[in-house]
Design a protein around this ligand. Sequence first.
Ligand SMILES: [Zn+2]
Length: 196
Amino acid sequence: MRYPFDNYRVTSNYGDTGPNWSLGYHTGTDFIGREKEVKAIIDGIVRVVTYDTNYGNYVSVGTLEGKRILYCHLSSVNVEVGQEIKEGAIIGIEGDTGNTTGAHLHLEVRVSPYASVNTINPIEYIEENIFHTGIDEIVYNTIEELPPWYKPTIQKLIDKQLLRGDENGLNLSESMVRVFVVNDRAGLYDLDNLCS
Ligand SMILES: [Zn+2]
């Protein structure tokens, strides 16, 4: 499991509400990649390649565990129906086709039966399954900003005495929280050997 870009920012989260979305809430996560090649987040078989007035040019990939991963608003598509793809394969190029105000990737994860109402949070899905092997530094200004899916990682760092925390996993008396998150996809660090 991986993110759809090597470098990116998230411009809209799953579950955001507003009039822009036909269901009244955002059914996926919006990314803008620094590089524009959209990469497969997980292995699967391409089930749909089509154009939709909302999703634009999109690709739907069926995973072994029975989910559907939708890569939407693509400017061009690099795969065809029936093709078996591996994690990291280039699905297409980020674009602004369909209902969008600018170029971005709408990543959507559907569970069976595959309707737009049957979605889950793509970032939580990735974070639950991604293989973390090293350390990046991420600074959060407040504890509230900290995404809940980092908590197991933070606990691991506390256990290894790489990070001081309390029962909530962090030193709550500090106004600025500096957290080292295990998030190095290049595998430059070996967490198990960082304890000195
Ligand atoms: Zn979106």
